[in-house]
Every structure is written in structure tokens, then in C-alpha cells.
Design a protein around this ligand. Structure first.
Ligand code: UT7
Length: 334
């Protein structure tokens, strides 16, 4: 193939949508459930409240469908034109079949194929790479990427070290070929599975299938060794963000916004400090939603959409179970 002549398409985000459930779980409510305090939670995590999908008949697909429908109505998009739907999640409705297939049918994307992607808190970040690659290869023209998690379905509300952190939510973005020249620029992703037990749901998979023992020991809930994860997250999010900025000629002046995974305000602050970024450049909404896992990045985009202008230089970064982490650079296309 004549590479000189091969036109490289750039993938751009062209629409956003989001959804958070109505029920608020405040720090004050948590004080009545476990031995904790509003002061401890706010000073250690920056979280004031999180949203919970309290209707037990509804699952992650509900959050994903709502987020997708928000995008579809804002963009006036015909769902029949969507080629592919990816749902990044660690809380699929059921283990088999893919939540994405159900979401796709429910939003009327009858010509799309669909699958789930599991990279925990990095799920949406990794999904952006996949979506962008499908577009820039020329294979598909409309890829809907959704990050959604009903974390309340896997949280043990007697465990104060995890129940204070997580919340439920969903966000959606549309990737299309760029018509402005702006869009996906670069990515720097990593993973390391040697410490996978530091942040995990131990049972229900092929290593520890559901049994009396797994149920009695609470191995179906999310567990994390907070300190270990915290240290890794601070070091690695800073490393990859520094690297992506360096190799794209970005510094604290020329970068417009850092869009970091919302796991803990102290992790975000440590990363921003190492990169000498001013407060206005670092997007944060953790105080209202907590850590919504795969939904944090698209919910940030959705909340701050009005701030962005064409050509803005954005850097995304996330760290999550696996461990999985990375940073990506994108120029805003609208
Ligand atoms: O999104 C995926 C990635 N996840 C993360 O990035 C999360 C990373 N980790 C964290 O955000 C933090 O480690 C936590 C928020 C989970 C915990 O904060 P920490 O500052 O690392 O606290 P710690 O685990 O070192 O615990 C300090 C103390 C302990 O008491 P002692 O042993 O010093 O007496 C804990 O038992 O705080 C205690 N503690 C609490 N106290 C009140 C732990 N949780 C709570 C709580 N309320 N909810």
C-alpha cells in the first residue's frame, strides 16, 4: 500500500450525554450507617455526597441507556446510524450477556454491534483508544462509547473503607471522523496485573466460582487495599500525564484542561501539584458524585461541556483495578 497516499482520519468527540440517579447518599447518611464522619470523608477524599440508583429492579443498563438517550436527543442523532456501541463497566447487568447489546437494542441502534469493556476505573479511558482507532482506521463512522457503573450493587455498606467512596452514574460520548482537524492526538497506556488482588471482586469468576464460602466471606463485594492503591495511583497518574504532556509539547501554560479520574481529591491534587497545574485547569466533580468508576471521565466532560472551545488541549488520565492506567491527549473539536 502507498502509505504516502493513505489518508489518516482523525477521530473526534462530537457529542456528550450523562445521567446520574436522583437519590443522594450524603456523608451525613453514611455517618448513620458506619463508623465515619463527614469531616473524615471530606478531608480524606473530597467527597460530600454520591448518587445511588436505589430502585433494585434497575441496573447499569438503565444508567447507560439514560446517558445515551441524553446524547441522542441533544445531538438529534438518528440511532440507526450508530455503527458500534461499547459499554465500559465492571458492573454489567448480568455476567453473560453483554450489557452493551441490551443498551443498543433499547436505544434503537438497530444497525450497531456492541460489546462490554472491562478495565475498571480506566475502562472509559481505554475505550476512548478503541473508539478512536475504529474511526481513524476508516472502518466505522459513528462509535458510541458509554461508561456506566452501578457501584452500589457491589459495595458492602458495612465496610467504611469502600462505601464512602463509590457512587452510581453513566456518561456517553460519540466518536466520529473529525471535520475540523481537531480530535484524538496521542495516548500512553499501561497495565500491571501483579497486584491485582489489591483492588478486586474476588469471587464469581473462574478462580473462585460462587460457593457457600464466597458468599459467607463477602467475596462478591469490591475490596481495596486503599493505601497501596493510593500510592500507585498518585505515582502512575503523574508519570503518564507528565509523559503525554512532554511528548506533545504541552506545559502548564499550553494545556487547557486536565480531566482526571475522580477516585480521591487528594490523588487529583497530588497529580496537579507535580505538574504545576493551576486549579482552574483541573476538572473536578468528585464532591457530588464520588467515584463512579467508568463514568467519571464522561460525566466530567458532560458537566463542563460549556467550558470547552474548539482547539482546547485536553489531557485525560485514570488509574484503576488491574492495575490499569494511562493518559490521553485530545484537542476539542467543537
Ligand atoms: O478508583 C480506583 C482507584 N481507587 C483509588 O484510587 C482509591 C485509593 N485509596 C484511597 O482513596 C484512600 O486510601 C482511602 C480513601 C480509601 C482511605 O484513605 P487513607 O488516607 O489512605 O486512610 P487509611 O486507609 O490509611 O486509614 C487511616 C485511618 C485508619 O485508622 P487507624 O488504623 O489509623 O486507626 C482507618 O481505619 O482511617 C480509618 N478509616 C476511616 N475512618 C473514618 C478508614 N476509613 C474510614 C472512614 N471513616 N470511612
Amino acid at each position: 500500500m502507498d502509505l504516502e497516499k493513505k489518508k489518516v482520519l482523525k477521530a473526534a468527540i462530537t457529542a456528550l450525554g450523562g445521567y446520574i440517579p436522583d437519590t443522594i447518599l450524603s456523608n451525613q447518611k453514611l455517618e448513620q450507617m458506619v463508623d465515619t464522619s463527614d469531616e473524615w470523608i471530606q478531608s480524606r477524599t473530597g467527597i460530600k455526597e454520591r448518587r445511588i440508583l436505589s430502585d433494585n429492579s434497575k441496573a447499569t443498563s438503565f444508567l447507560a441507556i439514560k446517558a445515551a438517550q441524553d446524547l441522542i436527543s441533544k445531538k438529534k442523532l438518528d440511532p440507526k446510524t450508530i455503527d458500534l456501541v461499547i459499554v465500559a463497566t465492571i458492573t454489567p447487568d448480568i455476567h453473560v450477556a453483554a450489557t452493551a447489546a441490551y443498551v443498543t437494542s433499547r436505544i434503537g441502534a438497530v444497525n450497531a454491534f456492541a460489546y462490554d469493556l472491562n478495565a475498571a476505573c480506566s475502562g472509559f479511558l481505554y475505550g476512548m483508544s478503541t473508539a478512536a482507532a475504529y474511526i481513524s482506521s476508516g472502518r466505522y463512522k459513528k462509535v458510541l462509547l458509554i461508561g456506566a457503573d452501578k457501584m452500589s450493587s457491589i459495595v458492602d455498606y458495612t465496610d467504611r473503607t469502600t462505601c464512602i467512596i463509590f457512587g452510581d452514574g453513566g456518561g456517553a460520548v460519540l466518536f466520529e471522523p473529525s471535520s475540523s482537524g481537531y480530535g484524538w492526538e496521542d495516548e500512553y497506556y499501561r497495565s500491571n496485573g501483579t497486584d491485582r488482588m489489591s483492588l478486586r471482586i474476588k469471587a464469581g469468576g473462574s478462580l473462585f466460582p460462587t460457593s457457600q464460602e464466597t458468599l459467607e466471606n463477602g467475596w462478591h463485594n469490591i475490596y481495596q487495599d486503599g493505601k497501596t492503591v493510593f500510592k500507585y495511583a498518585v505515582a502512575e497518574m503523574s508519570n503518564v500525564t507528565e509523559e503525554i504532556m512532554k511528548r506533545n509539547g504541552l506545559d502548564e501554560q499550553s494545556l487547557d484542561y486536565l480531566i482526571p479520574h475522580q477516585a480521591n481529591k487528594r490523588i487529583i491534587d497530588a497529580t496537579s501539584k507535580r505538574l504545576a497545574l493551576s486549579k482552574e485547569k483541573v476538572l473536578v466533580n468528585i464532591e457530588h458524585y464520588g467515584n463512579t468508576t467508568a463514568a467519571t471521565l464522561p460525566l466530567l466532560l458532560n458537566d463542563y461541556e460549556n467550558k470547552f472551545t474548539k482547539g482546547d488541549k485536553l489531557v485525560f488520565t485514570a488509574f484503576g483495578a488491574g492495575f490499569t492506567w494511562g493518559a490521553a491527549h485530545l484537542t476539542w473539536a467543537y
